[in-house]
Structure formats: structure tokens, C-alpha cells
Design a protein around this ligand. Structure first.
Ligand SMILES: [Zn+2]
Length: 240
């Protein structure tokens, strides 16, 4: 039984060590992720605006062509005005000319607003582009920093991970599951020892009768306050 407890304590020590290495990375991994997200967002935003600009330019060109056609027609109608034979023909032509004029005005107004939109989009893209460059620089620096830390710990981490795998395979499955569950709930510490008659996880006093039972090292005990696995100082010392 004592070896089962020792294995759990050993596992905890290894994880503590791995946690320390991870802590050295600080908030760099999170910072890198959030920068990547921000950069993607801005890039998407820019490409959507570019597309909108392109679409509006295409519509403007279409309108320009239409305006050209209408103007040609209008010229024809105006020339025909000199050849009319009666009022009826004259009225019909004038109506056509007015109608063409209206259409030209409408299309020109539409193109003015397309031009405004295009200008606004260009300005918006020009505003975010330097921001994007800044974020990219920031990302590059943070990635390099993170890489440096990861690299300097790589050997140690690989060694610890291999050792952890070995210990994990020696841990009883139920114990391992309990350990992982508590570790997750308690943000790291799942196995603790008794220090000055208290649980070193939550600092609550462990009743002396319970302390005696724990010292027998023949059973898995959980702190009645924090739920962590409690092992005797003897177990802790033997794994030092
Ligand atoms: Zn406790």
C-alpha cells in the first residue's frame, strides 16, 4: 500500500515540476493566441472591405456603360426632333428624351454614392493597416520569446514527461483518475502531506486520530475539507 501512496506523491512532484516549467511561459501562450485571433479578424475585415470596393467598382462601370448608351439614344432622339411631322410625334420624342434624362440622373447619383462608399472603405482600410502591422510585429516578438523559453526547457520537459509516463503506468487506474480529477478541481495540487498537524493543501487541522490512521500508510485518505489526497510525512520524505 505504501508504494501506491508513494507513486501518487511522486506523480504530484513531477506535475509540480512540469507546472513550474509551464509557468515560466507565463501568459505568453495566451497572448500569442489572442494576437493571432485579432490579426485574423482584421485581415478578414480588410478582405471583406476590398471585396465590397471591387463590387462597387464593377457596378459603377456597368452604370457608366449604361449612361453612355442612354446618352447616345438621347442624341438620336434630339436629332429626330427636327424631322417630326406632327405634335403627336413631337410629344412622344420629348417624353423619350425626358425619360432618358431621368435615367441618366438616377444612374449618376447611384455612381456618386458608390464613389463615396469606395472612398470610405479605402480610408477604413488605410486606418487599420498600420494597426495590423503593429500586431504582426508584436506577435513575432512574443512568438520568438515563447520559443526561446520552450527551447531552453525542452530537454528537461522531455525527461520529466517520459518519467511521468512511466509513473502513470504504475499508478492504479482508479487512483490516477481520482488524482487527475482533484488536480483539475484544485488547479494543480491533488496530493498533499501533513505539516504541523494541518493539511498542507488547505491548512485545516487534521484530527490527531486521523493523523495516526494516515501514518499507517495502508489506505487512501482524503482531506475532509478540501478533498485532496493526504499522505503521511513518511511517504513524502521517502520520495525526496
Ligand atoms: Zn485540505
Amino acid at each position: 500500500m505504501i508504494s501506491r501512496l508513494k507513486i501518487l506523491y511522486e506523480l504530484q512532484k513531477l506535475d509540480d515540476h512540469l507546472d513550474e516549467l509551464e509557468e515560466q511561459r507565463g501568459d505568453l501562450p495566451d497572448a500569442v493566441n489572442s494576437l493571432v485571433e485579432k490579426i485574423d479578424q482584421i485581415k478578414n475585415d480588410i478582405s471583406e472591405k476590398e471585396k465590397e470596393k471591387k463590387d462597387s467598382l464593377a457596378k459603377r462601370e456597368e452604370n457608366e456603360e449604361e449612361i453612355e448608351k442612354l446618352k447616345v439614344n438621347q442624341k438620336k432622339f434630339k436629332a429626330q426632333l427636327y424631322q417630326v411631322r406632327n405634335n403627336k410625334e413631337y410629344d412622344a420624342l420629348t417624353k423619350e428624351i425626358d425619360h432618358t434624362e431621368e435615367q441618366v440622373t438616377k444612374l449618376e447619383a447611384e455612381n456618386d454614392s458608390f464613389a463615396d462608399l469606395s472612398k470610405r472603405l479605402t480610408e477604413e482600410i488605410e486606418t487599420v493597416t498600420p494597426q495590423l502591422e503593429e500586431l504582426k510585429e508584436d506577435l513575432k516578438a512574443k512568438e520568438a520569446e515563447l520559443k526561446e523559453i520552450v527551447k531552453s526547457n525542452e530537454k528537461e520537459e522531455t525527461k520529466l514527461k517520459a518519467k511521468r509516463k512511466d509513473i502513470e503506468s504504475k499508478t492504479k487506474k482508479a487512483d490516477y483518475l481520482a488524482y487527475m480529477r482533484i488536480r483539475k478541481a484544485k488547479k494543480g495540487k491533488a496530493v498533499v502531506t501533513i505539516k504541523r498537524s494541518a493539511c498542507s493543501g488547505c491548512h485545516n487541522i487534521v484530527p490527531s486520530q486521523r493523523q495516526l490512521e494516515i501514518r499507517r500508510n495502508n489506505k487512501l485518505f482524503f482531506c475532509e475539507y478540501c478533498g485532496r489526497i493526504l499522505v503521511s510525512p513518511e511517504v513524502a520524505e521517502s520520495t525526496e
